[in-house]
Design a protein. Sequence first.
Length: 278
Amino acid sequence: MLLVFLSIQLFVRVLSEATLAPPYHIRVKSGVITWSPAAEDTDVHYTVQYRRFGSTEWENVSHCFNTSFISCNVTFTKEDSESGCVGLRVQAERRGLTSRPVEACSRLGDTCSPEVNLTSRPGSLTAYLRINSSMVHEYGGHIQNRVYYGKEGETLEKNYKDGASSVSIYGLEEGSLYCVKVQYLLDGEVLGTDSCIQCERIPQSAKGSHLTLTLVLVGVLAGALVILTIVYVLIFHLKTIKLYLQPPYTIPEHFLYRPTIIHLLSSPTEDMEDVRVD
């Protein structure tokens, strides 16, 4: 047993050393990107990368390459991009291992990320979006927003809807939690940094609430009726139940035939005469 336990411990240790957890809570604000380390290991280093608008290639930020710090000033990337906005991500590195890269997001909106507020109604969700004034001045009506959405735990990139100042999504499941992230859209291509994911629960309509309450009450009453029926039967029909539960009677076969020997019974008087007293 001890050998099995030690083998499991060794396997878990080897597996953890073969993979490296990525950083999390990667945020961008006022040209500074920050993140939280996934482990307290001081031997972990980080690399910040950026991607220009319209490009699929990620490039290292030179002064934030293989660094032990958990923040980096990335204001220079605005000058290096035609639109002034870039995508940003961070990955961890340790002794030859590299974690998966995680893209940054903006919580409160920024020059390259929209400000997002959510409002939910029965069956629908509306994202109210505020585009930074500098982007409006630069691109006018060409700048829009792409709203990614999905149920909690789903990949948001599967479903999206484009719009300007507000985007409404209909046909959502009432009572479920839906999450949203938003990114600028310029001439059909996404631009800048995502807004951080926000989630909102879709409320139930009054009709749906009444139906749920009715079903609950019906279930409670049905359960109470079943319990009362069982109690009544046990109290007033217990003897009948026991009678039906008794095994069937069987008459032995020899009781079905007439006896062949006739026993003569003597009277009490005759028995007394046979008794003699000496």
